[in-house]
Structures are given as C-alpha cells and as structure tokens.
Design a binder for this molecule. Structure first.
Ligand SMILES: [Zn+2]
Length: 366
C-alpha cells in the first residue's frame, strides 16, 4: 500500500457510494479541472439527499504535494460508513468512539468530503520525482510558455481580501503573490475565483446551505488552525473588520495597535474549543500533540479558503455561518513515508470523529 493516486481516489468514492448506498452518494462538482478532470464530492449521512441539511465540509490536497489529505478523507469516510453499517464503535488505539456516537453523526448531520480538490496538481506531483514539490494547479494561462510559471495557488484564489496590495499594510508579511513565476508557488491567479477548482468549493458552500463547519486538510506543521488568518483576533472592536475599507493598508501586522480582526467572543471561544477537541482526540491515539492556534499564527493570509468560508456570513447574514479550520497534519514532510502516513491517518481520523461528534452534540443542545 501507498498513497492513493487521483484515479484510485475516484474509484474509492464510487466504491464507497455503491457499498453504502443508503448513507452515501457521489455528487459531481460543476467545474472540471483545468485539464478536464471531473471532480467529485462524497456526501455521507442518513439525510444525504437533503442539501439543506446541517453539513460539515472536508477538503483534501488543495495543495498538490500534500498528498495525504486525500487519503485522510477517504479513510475517514470509509471508517464512518463501515462502523455505521455494522452498528459498531470506532477504535483508534486508545481513543474509542461508541456506536451511539457514530449513529448520531450519520443521522444528524451530513459529511461532505472532497478528497482531491486539485487533481491535476496532485497527478503532476505524483507523476515523477522532479515534480513532487508541486503546489499549484496546472493552469497555463499566465505562464507565457514557462513551465515554472504554470499554475495558481488555489488557497490564495478565494474572494477575501484577495487584492493584498490594497487590503494589507505594505510591510505585512502576506504569503501570496501577483507574480505567476513566484518561486514559492504562491501566485493568486488572475482574478478571484479565476480557477475552476476554487469555484467548486464556492459552489458547495452556495448549494449546500446547511454547511456550518469546514476543515481544509493540509500539511505539514502539526497544528490545527481556526480563523482568522487576516490579522490577530480581537473581540472588543466590532468596527475593526475585513469589510471596513478604513483599515485597508493597515491590516496584517503582528502586535500593532492599529488593527486586529474582529471575531465575536462566542465564535472565538467556540472555534478554540472545537479545535482543542480535535487535537485532544488526535493526541489520545499515540501521544502526538498538535498545537491549537489562530491561523494568523502561521502567517497573514489573503484569498484563503478557510477565511473566505467564514467571511460569507458577515457579508450576508442570510448565509450560514461556516466555522472554518485548516488542519496541517504531520511534521516537516509533505509526503511522509507511507508507514508513517498510515499512523497519521489513524490519529487524524480520531480527531475528525471527535470534531464531528462535538459539532452534532453541540447543535442538539442549542
Ligand atoms: Zn497546503
């Protein structure tokens, strides 16, 4: 066994949806990848056909070289579906989930997984030793024939403070680039949502209006991040927020007094607790401690998917609030040896089940 390739991920989704047809179904996303691949989501849940149902979204391998995100999504789906069909619990070494917890998850929420958001990029990265560190998609439009200038960093292409030269302080260390040939592969694309792969995620958020939580699965830090990535969070000054143009050219500086990003206190406490629940259940498997941090702690972000998903409600209160997280599994290695990746999958799945269980439990108390 080793990492799944793009075709094997597709086969796994098809196979799961056939084996567990009462509790899962495949949905074709509306935009094919740049190279023409069809991208699928798997919807898991007793109410899979109801697109308004409360839902949790997971995405993997947005960055091409972070292969294991796809595998985590597939194994997580398989674990849940199998346990539910057999009415058993799930054991991840020392962490055990009761069958009642699995039932609650499958019956009270839908889980939407997109294991390969960026199949062109991942196929390229897996296609040969020279390409393993490819991060972007494979859009050639801005490359002017330069192979190193192909592709967009999909996690900089979302509609949230995308125009970093306008929206951030000139000396903010925003990790994005307007240069297609950026050697660190952070090119944001020619416009917001210029890429079919990011438009698919927007479509899911639009179409499945009950999505209330989102986790984008990356590597390799050993951390779970909650919003915001724009600037340090603060809970006191509601007017200091991403919508307020008065703070353009001020955002993104650490430990300054001029601007921090507003997050309502109840949201702040909620996302910290939920991220901790994830990290604790992960740690219970073999003692690996992931840090629980605000995503700004990694670096200031512009056009990122997690912040975009969370921002939607603040721009339009009719939209569901989507509590968003970025997982950075593993440590230092984009493609850990498969023997290690298997262990990572087990511990991350433990965290993911606890994450879902906590969400379902919390929403039933409300
Ligand atoms: Zn990444």
């Amino acid at each position: 066994m080793t990492y799944l390739n793009v075709d094997e991920v597709e086969d796994a989704l098809t196979s799961l949806s056939r084996t567990y047809s009462n509790t899962s179904q495949i949905v074709e996303l509306p935009n094919k990848s740049i190279e023409g691949r069809t991208i699928h989501a798997l919807i898991i849940g007793k109410n899979k056909a109801n697109r308004k149902n409360k839902s949790i979204l997971f995405t993997g391998s947005v960055h091409a070289r972070e292969w294991g995100g796809s595998d985590i999504c597939v194994y997580f789906a398989a674990d849940l579906l199998e346990a539910y069909s057999k009415d058993t619990g799930l054991r991840y070494q020392d962490q055990y989930f009761e069958s009642s917890q699995i039932r609650r998850i499958i019956e009270e929420t839908n889980i939407i997984i997109v294991p390969d958001v960026n199949p062109d990029g991942k196929a390229y990265s897996q296609g040969g030793p020279a390409n393993v560190l490819w991060r972007r998609n494979r859009n050639p439009d801005e490359s002017h024939g330069e192979p190193d200038c192909i592709g967009v960093d999909l996690n900089r292409n979302y509609d949230l403070l995308w125009d970093f030269t306008e929206c951030f302080a000139p000396d903010a260390r925003v990790e994005t680039s307007a240069d297609p040939c950026d050697p660190r592969q952070r090119y944001r694309g020619s416009a917001v949502f210029s890429e079919p792969e990011t438009r698919n995620i927007k479509w899911l958020l639009d179409e499945f209006e009950g999505i209330g939580h989102y986790m984008d699965i990356h590597c390799a830090v050993g951390a779970i991040y909650y919003c915001w990535g724009i600037d340090q969070n603060q809970v006191l000054e509601a007017k200091q927020n991403f919508r307020n143009a008065q703070y353009d050219k001020v955002r993104g500086i650490e430990n300054d007094k001029e601007y921090k990003e507003y997050i309502p206190l109840t949201d702040y406490n909620y996302v910290k607790d939920l991220a901790s629940t994830f990290a604790n259940a992960l740690e219970n498997v073999r003692g690996t401690r992931y840090s629980v941090e605000q995503s700004f702690g990694l670096y200031p972000t512009s056009g990122a998917g997690d912040d975009y998903a969370f921002s939607r409600h603040f721009l339009d209160v009719d939209k569901n609030k989507v509590y968003s997280f970025t997982l950075e599994f593993g440590k230092d290695d984009f493609q850990p040896p498969w023997s290690e990746m298997k262990e990572i999958i087990v511990e991350v799945c433990s965290g993911l089940v606890a994450f879902c269980d906590s969400i379902v439990l919390n929403s039933s108390i409300e």
